[in-house]
Ligand binder design. Structure first.
Ligand code: MTE
Length: 326
């Protein structure tokens, strides 16, 4: 039987007085990533998207966060960099498409279906689901499989908090996630570049790890649409494609779920996809990375095992051959 929390809150009710700004002012030109030849079929194919009809308004509201011991002391990228250089194929395949095309996505009301092996399955209004959960600022490195990286000051909370609320049953071994499908507001979905919805998944112990968060903000404000509004996953020790955006479904399962990039290119994108400088992508090296904002002549940075989070997470993979693409 579906379970619902009693209060009737809307997502907008839990964000303080919003200031509205024309998102055109936020836009910055961002060069398209030069990809290795054919970087997976979909990474390489351009999706032509219609330009927006009218300037969309974006709600930017302040969020209250507390600091976290898990934050890096590396310098965060600017808000501008984080919100103008994005991968979000639902809005197009070039890095500047999401900031140009995501303004029309309606993120309020927003509900998330939680189903499968849980005690309280149902369709939850986002505000009700997160009610009473304190937001933390988590400053994490983000390493994309395409060999660029950023440092992002997320506002979020541990995914485990939500899973505890809905009660994970003993047979559950994996958590599957799905992004919204709404081609009327997500112009990239009018092309079959991906078999929508975008899907991701984690093993249950990865999902319950304290580093794994759901983010609803950056820089102490509500998360911009192009970064995965109103709520996205962040798994900092894995390649960025695991960190699925604009989540509408979370399912607890006993079988490893199918995931978008692993289905597209099983020999290029593993299910686990832990950052590993010793295992190259078949078409490019993963030993180093380009930090966005470093400038074209800056030296590339060494990529760290598990993106620098090995002390916290390496034990999850004891006994596994980390050279293998699972
Ligand atoms: N989630 C959805 N739904 N669609 C996407 O195309 N791209 C992924 C991930 N989550 C993607 C997604 C990839 S490849 C990366 S690197 C990160 O989002 C990028 O996050 P950012 O744009 O906030 O830096």
């Amino acid at each position: 039987m579906a379970y619902r929390f009693k209060t009737k809150l809307k997502w907008s009710d839990v964000t303080p007085k919003a200031d509205y700004l024309n998102r055109r002012k936020l836009m910055a030109g961002a060069g398209a990533m030069v990809l290795g030849a054919g970087a997976a079929r979909a990474f390489s194919s351009r999706v032509e998207v219609e330009p927006e009809q009218e300037p969309a308004k974006i709600v930017r509201a302040k969020l209250k966060t507390v600091p976290s011991a898990f934050s890096t002391d590396e310098k965060p990228n600017s808000r501008e960099e984080i919100s103008s250089y994005n991968n979000f194929y639902e809005f197009g395949t070039s890095k500047s498409d999401p900031s140009r095309n995501a303004g029309g996505l309606m993120t309020d009301p927003w509900s998330i279906t939680i189903d499968g092996l849980v005690d309280k399955p149902g369709s939850y209004d986002l505000a009700e689901l997160v009610q009473g959960i304190e937001l933390e600022e988590r400053i994490y490195r983000l390493r994309c499989v395409e060999a660029w990286s950023m440092v992002v000051p997320w506002a979020g909370f541990e995914l485990g908090r939500i899973l505890e609320r809905v009660g994970v049953q003993s047979g559950a071994k994996y958590v599957a996630f799905e992004t919204l499908v709404r081609p009327s507001e997500m112009p990239g979905q009018r092309s079959r570049v991906i078999d929508w919805p975008y899907r991701e998944g984690l093993r249950l112990d990865e999902a319950m790890h304290p580093l794994t968060i759901l983010a609803t903000g950056i820089y102490g404000e509500t998360i911009p649409n192009q970064c995965g509004a109103p709520i996205r996953l962040v798994v900092p020790w894995k390649y960025g494609f695991k960190s699925i955006k604009s989540i509408v479904r979370i399912s607890l399962t006993d079988k490893q779920p199918k995931t978008t990039w692993n289905e597209i290119g099983p020999n290029e994108y593993g299910f686990y996809a832990n950052v590993n400088p010793e295992v190259d992508h078949p078409r490019w090296s993963q030993a180093s990375e380009r930090r966005i904002g470093d400038g074209v002549f800056a030296k590339r940075r060494d990529t760290l095992p598990f993106n620098g989070y090995g002390e916290e997470v390496a034990s999850l993979y004891k006994g596994m051959d980390l050279r293998k693409f699972y």
